[in-house]
Write a protein that binds this ligand. Structure first.
Ligand code: F3S
Length: 421
């Protein structure tokens, strides 16, 4: 790999051994994938360093104690605890205390304590075509597809990018890897596409087919809400391992279908009708209609202020059924604004909770963590949710029954304590 003078100096230890080690890892990583050089990144979303993984927080604190600092604006991903209000999730105190040690460590390194899977909702919007290094598959796919800001699935190498400001030029940073592979013609009634959960089901179906390829999704509407793209991307990234998608006329690298394929022919063509979408609802719904439920989750990926306002208005004057936990997950800044706007009070008055920094599958409710802390296992029996990504994980990680439905039915289910199909 060809290195610049600055990079050679870093490698030689001019900025200390931790930076030298970081750039060495990046060089080796790039060489393994045939990258010709490193590039400068403009933004980084840093890995969740979570208390539920043995030794992870201690290791991260040790890393921060070396004095190393990040070189580019760096936000941070979700944790297992709501650091400001740990008690509202019923997390065991020792685990909350362990997780809280990450915050001063991140501050020492210059990492911003956002603790969210949707940093784009906080205004971290790098320029179109810029190079970035991110973790969190639902954020990565959004940055690539909707913003046209280039990133791979960074994994733990993101730490090395944060402290060097570098990444190997490879993967989705290169034009040739950004062209569409499969064409999907969506033939759903436009009123169906007004629902967030339908975009999740669409993502689930397409993700299952394409795996890690680049789907081009031709939808019959051109006015697409940001939250639908979030739900679609998050589910594409988890049902498959999709890192980039295009919607002609909507996403910036696909003004037309031809542009999405860089002038080439798609390797496959599929039509998506209600039939395929119904299969996904059936697959993700194991709770019988009318059966008792004990958890309703909204906010996967983390909600924006408008989504919280909608829930607050729906819950206003209502009451969540006894024995049902109803979580609305978001980032801490949005929760602050939602407190200011009176939305949190309305939600709490109804017996629901606005949770920041975490979500059910990242929390202590995972089967393994429940066992470690002697908590009821599974911690949840039946979860109703409008997110395909959440439901892709909760069955395995929390071990509960699940149901995918729209936001209004989720809220209705929380109030009646039963799954309202
Ligand atoms: Fe975010 Fe948790 Fe969903 S990290 S994307 S709310 S699974």
């Amino acid at each position: 790999m060809k290195l610049t003078g600055e990079e050679k100096e870093m490698l030689g230890g001019k900025e200390g051994p931790v930076v030298a080690e970081a750039i060495d890892y990046l060089v080796q990583f790039g060489e393994a994938f045939g990258a010709e050089k490193l590039i400068d990144i403009v933004y980084c979303h840093y890995p969740a360093e979570m208390g539920i993984y043995e030794g992870m927080v201690e290791e991260a604190v040790g890393y921060s104690n070396t004095g190393v600092r990040v070189k580019v604006p760096t936000t941070s991903s979700t944790l297992c605890s709501d650091l400001e209000k740990p008690e509202i999730t019923d997390i065991p105190k020792p685990l909350a205390e362990l997780q809280a040690k990450i915050e001063p460590a991140h501050r020492r390194m210059g990492i911003l304590e956002t603790y969210t899977c949707t940093p784009q909702l906080l205004g971290f919007i790098p320029p179109f075509g810029s190079y970035n290094a991110l973790v969190e598959s639902s954020a990565i796919i959004y940055y690539n597809s909707v913003l046209g800001a280039r990133t791979n699935r960074g994994g733990m190498f993101t730490r090395f990018s944060a402290v060097t400001g570098k990444y190997p030029l490879m993967g989705y940073l290169l034009d040739e890897n950004r062209k569409g592979t499969h064409l999907f013609k969506v033939k759903l009634p436009t009123e169906m596409l007004e629902n967030y959960d339908v975009w999740c089901a669409l993502g689930f179906h397409i993700g299952n087919i394409v795996g890690s390829d680049v789907p081009v999704i031709d939808v019959p509407i051109k006015h697409v809400k940001q939250e639908w793209l979030l739900g679609l991307g998050a589910t594409l990234a988890t049902a498959g391992s999709v890192t980039l998608f295009h919607i002609p006329g909507v996403t910036p690298e696909a003004r037309t279908i031809e542009e999405a394929f860089h002038g080439d022919v798609p390797k496959d063509y599929y039509e998506v009708t209600e039939k395929e979408i119904n299969v996904i609802y059936k697959k993700l719904t194991t709770i019988e209609n009318g059966a008792e439920i004990d958890f309703v989750n909204l906010g996967c990926p983390h909600y924006n202020l408008e989504q919280i306002r909608y829930v607050a208005d729906k819950l206003d004057g209502k009451r969540v059924a006894d024995g049902v936990r109803c979580w609305i997950c978001t980032n801490r800044m949005t929760r602050k604004q939602a407190e200011y706007s009176g939305f949190v009070e309305k939600i709490e008055r109804a017996g629901a909770k606005v949770i920041a920094d975490t979500c059910p599958v990242e929390s202590h409710m995972r089967i393994s963590t429940c066992k470690d802390f002697g908590l009821k296992t599974p911690n949840v029996d039946a979860m109703v949710c409008n997110s395909g990504k959440m439901l892709r994980y909760v069955g395995d990680l929390i071990g509960c029954k699940t149901a995918l439905t729209n936001i209004d039915k989720c809220i209705e289910s929380a109030i009646t304590g039963r799954f309202e199909l």
